[in-house]
Design a protein around this ligand. Structure first.
Ligand SMILES: Cc1cc2nc3c(=O)[nH]c(=O)nc-3n(C[C@H](O)[C@H](O)[C@H](O)COP(=O)(O)OP(=O)(O)OC[C@H]3O[C@@H](n4cnc5c(N)ncnc54)[C@H](O)[C@@H]3O)c2cc1C
Length: 435
């Protein structure tokens, strides 16, 4: 595991937020790869969606040239990372080698950050050169919407990223957060939750349980204060009250109005609050590149929704059938329930569908209408562990709208189902054998 690689990537994250799109005219950009002898699919983002699309494209359409661009040096798994923060999972379970997956499946991996897309010329722009594509898959995940708190105050944004990481994006943040928790001596640790929709809705509550457990086991005289704009997910409220009465204070349906990260104060609908330390989860949106590419959906009033504008079934951008938009960056797919759950399992299934879509188009065949599904294991108790499994299924009904069915099953005696689930996923898209 190369921890230094991730810490370097964290610094790059801060830097990337300030980069503006380079002008695409006037400066010839060299080619990063020689012209392909076959048609080329470029996938930007080596997370759960992008890696899955790369693997399945190689299986389904070996005649296509597949290139994966990822800015981080190694894969980092957000799933299981809450357990890792509490030392219940080892780092080696979460960090994996991109180059090994690319070798196993036969695609090209390039570590580079895409800074822009020229959709007219079908070119992806990076600092190292440009790559032409026939089809593009954007799987760049999310970004933090700090503008909601700070406007364009770059100093406040950088200070927050450097001092109050929330680790919802792969890279250096999880290591910085772990260091913070390992060194926490006591006092009020505040965790702000983002408003819905955001990545993996149960994750902040699960993290709260893990932090409560850490405080308890280390006898830390401290409180975790959750500032939560959403209604609580059932199960967690009871556990907070029963198991961590003196450790976790859950302030539900409280919206963050403003944050002063220098004076350590947060202003909410209810109150102003001072903190000793914090995990600041800003609102979330589709990743930067979707904004730069101009593929963000707009609401009826013409205001950007913050999320991508993709076809609900075929997953290509509504205004560009050469660009596929998958994973957590996606916007609403149905007026009946809005967005798909932002989960790794869902991103994996969407990656499979995008691969089938592109393989069919490359052969001039009409693509099938395929639906994804999602499975999520959520800890609703930390000591002893109890798990709720959430299954979400989808179908297209007669009028063409996508319908969602959600089933929950409760498991009072979990046997590492989450670990087995994650390993089977890594097996599929990282070519990993049992660890
Ligand atoms: C704490 C936590 C716990 C979670 N637990 C679970 C769970 O138990 N089960 C579950 O199913 N899901 C879970 N999730 C959700 C899951 O991690 C996400 O839904 C999943 O990662 C989404 O996949 P993605 O491919 O859309 O985005 P990501 O996995 O975030 O991948 C995006 C990739 O794109 C790269 N990238 C971004 N911009 C660029 C660029 N311009 N150029 C090059 N590369 C770029 C990023 O570095 C990143 O590697 C959890 C999330 C968190 C934060």
């Amino acid at each position: 595991m190369n921890r230094r690689g991730f810490l370097g990537a964290a610094a790059a994250l801060g830097a990337s937020l300030s980069v503006r799109a380079a002008p695409l005219v006037g400066h010839p950009i060299p080619d990063l790869l020689p012209p392909s002898r076959s048609r080329r699919v470029v996938i930007v983002g080596g997370g759960w969606g992008g890696l899955t699309a790369a693997r399945h494209l190689r299986d389904l359409a070996p005649e296509l040239d597949v290139v994966l661009l990822e800015k981080n040096p190694e894969f980092w798994s957000c799933p299981l990372s809450n357990k890792w923060l509490a030392n219940l999972v080892e780092t080696r379970v979460l960090v994996h080698d991109y180059a090994a997956a690319a070798r196993a499946y036969g695609y090209t991996f390039i570590q580079a950050e895409a800074s822009d897309i020229d959709r007219d010329k079908r070119r992806v722009i990076t600092a190292r050169g440009a790559i032409d594509y026939d089809w593009l898959v954007l799987a760049v995940g999310i970004r933090y919407d700090f503008e909601a708190w700070y406007g364009d105050d770059r100093r406040a944004i950088d200070h927050t990223l450097a001092n109050y990481p929330c680790a919802f994006i792969p890279g250096g943040e999880p290591f910085a957060l772990k260091k913070k928790l390992d060194g926490f001596k006591g006092g009020d640790l505040v965790m702000t939750l983002p408003p819905m929709p955001y990545r993996c809705p149960p994750a902040p509550y699960e993290r709260a349980l893990m932090i409560g457990r850490l405080f308890q086991s280390r006898r830390i005289k401290g409180r975790l204060i959750l500032i939560d704009p959403n209604p609580t997910i059932p199960g967690f409220g009871r556990t907070f009250a029963e198991q961590y009465k003196d450790r976790i204070v859950h302030v539900s349906q409280a919206r963050v109005k403003s944050v002063d990260p220098f004076n350590k104060t947060i202003s909410t609908d209810f109150d102003d609050l001072r903190f000793d330390d914090a995990i600041l989860m800003a609102p979330q949106q589709a990743g930067d590149l979707v904004w730069k590419t101009g593929l963000i959906a707009r609401d009826a009033a013409g205001k950007p929704t913050g999320w991508a504008d993709q076809h609900p079934v075929h997953l290509h951008a509504r205004e560009d059938e050469r660009v596929f938009l998958i994973g957590d960056l996606m916007g609403a797919v149905s007026p009946l329930f809005g967005q798909y759950p932002k989960s790794g399992h869902m991103a994996n299934r969407l990656g499979r569908i995008a691969a089938r879509e592109i393989a069919a188009r490359a052969r001039g065949i009409a693509p099938e209408k395929l639906m994804p599904e999602s499975v999520c294991y959520v800890f609703t108790k930390a000591d002893p562990m109890e798990v709720t499994r959430i299954d979400s299924q989808y179908r297209i009904r007669g009028d063409g709208l996508i319908v969602q069915t959600v089933k929950q099953s409760y498991d009072p005696n979990p046997m590492d189902e989450d670990l087995r689930w994650a390993r089977s996923m890594y097996g599929e898209f990282l070519a990993l054998k049992e660890q």
